[in-house]
Design a protein around this ligand. Structure first.
Ligand SMILES: [Zn+2]
Ligand SMILES: [Zn+2]
Length: 328
């Protein structure tokens, strides 16, 4: 099969021919139809996440069809379309796994990080961590639901139920979360980089009531804000625009250093929290909700061999919505 291989920080992914993997116990062999690109892939390639297996096939938003199953991996029928998310396996026995918080497992393994992912024609995955893909969702639209959508959804739940929601960084996760928030009857206020008129226009088209730059004050006080952009200076900026009792949620896996800020910004029972990974329950809830809205994913497709170009386009903010690698 062909795969895009990460061999070390500072090197572009390499198009490589390698054997199709064999499904081990509990695993599925999947033919990859589409694999979404995520900012986390950039954090791995740039060395900000420091524990990848090497060499590594990145990619953790995989839509594929079942080709074969290893012993005990027969949870899905041959040909079924399944999704593989970032959470690749957990220990099942630690304090967190035992208390319904497998997203915080002490010894987790992540797809496209410690386990080979979906920038390839085939992949294997633990069937217990795969989700059925809702019927009728095209592969290209479904792939970004598996991380951008899912972790976005978990961030939205953590933001509470307040009606006025701010979102900092209007990329893949934000455009999906906006649709969920609008479906729930909330107003969305979108913050982009200064001068990003296209991003602000995109946010309004997705249903944001207001869009402006991260330095601006929105026309209303907000109940909560989610920060998807990996920029620490957005934390005090977001605290400044949420009301007393409001919540600021950091939805990314990595962020630049947060500058010191006055306690006044946190005072008034404002809270600040991060969101880490996902649980299988998040996945089941979100993938049941997505077709009811229905969430429309704005996705740009790249051939497998153009994965480096897709990653650089993500870095530059060259597309609106999500990017998806299509091996076929
Ligand atoms: Zn991701
Ligand atoms: Zn665990």
């Amino acid at each position: 099969m062909r795969a895009m291989l990460f061999t070390g920080v500072g090197r572009p992914l390499q198009l490589t021919e390698m054997p199709i993997p064999e499904p081990g116990p509990g695993q599925l062999l999947l033919k990859v139809h589409a694999c979404g690109i995520c900012r986390t892939d950039l954090h791995i390639i740039d060395g900000e996440l420091t524990e990848p297996k090497l060499p590594l096939i990145p990619g953790h938003q995989i839509v594929g069809s079942v080709v074969a199953a290893g012993p005990g991996g027969g949870r899905f029928q041959s040909g079924a379309r399944v999704g593989v998310p970032w959470l690749g396996s957990t220990c099942g026995t630690c304090h967190y796994c035992q208390s319904g918080r497998e997203n915080l497992c002490d010894v987790p393994r992540f797809t496209g990080y410690q386990i080979d992912g979906g920038f390839a024609e085939y992949t294997v995955a633990d069937s217990r961590f795969c989700f059925p893909i809702p019927a009728g969702y095209p592969d290209l639209q479904a792939a970004p639901l598996l991380c951008a959508g899912l972790i976005g959804y978990r961030s939205l739940v953590m933001a509470g139920e307040g009606p006025r929601l701010g979102i900092y960084g209007f990329g893949a996760a934000a455009h999906l979360v906006t649709q969920v928030a609008r479906f729930q009857g909330r107003e969305v206020y979108a913050f982009t980089r200064a001068g990003d008129a296209a991003g602000q226009e995109f946010a309004r088209r997705m249903g944001a009531r207001w869009a402006g730059s991260a330095e601006q004050r929105p026309p209303e006080e907000l109940d909560a804000a989610i920060i998807f952009a990996p920029a620490g200076e957005l934390v005090p900026a977001a605290l400044r625009v949420v009301r007393k009792g409001g919540v600021v949620v950091c939805g990314g896996i990595h962020m630049s250093e947060i500058p010191a800020f006055s306690y006044d910004l946190l005072w008034g029972e404002r809270s600040l929290r991060s969101v880490a990974n996902l649980t299988r329950q998040d996945g089941e809830e979100f993938l049941a909700l997505a077709p009811r809205i229905p969430i429309q994913t704005e996705a740009t497709a790249y051939p497998l061999a153009a994965a480096n170009e897709a990653l650089e386009d993500l870095r530059r903010g060259a597309f609106c919505g999500a990017a998806v690698v299509v091996p076929g």
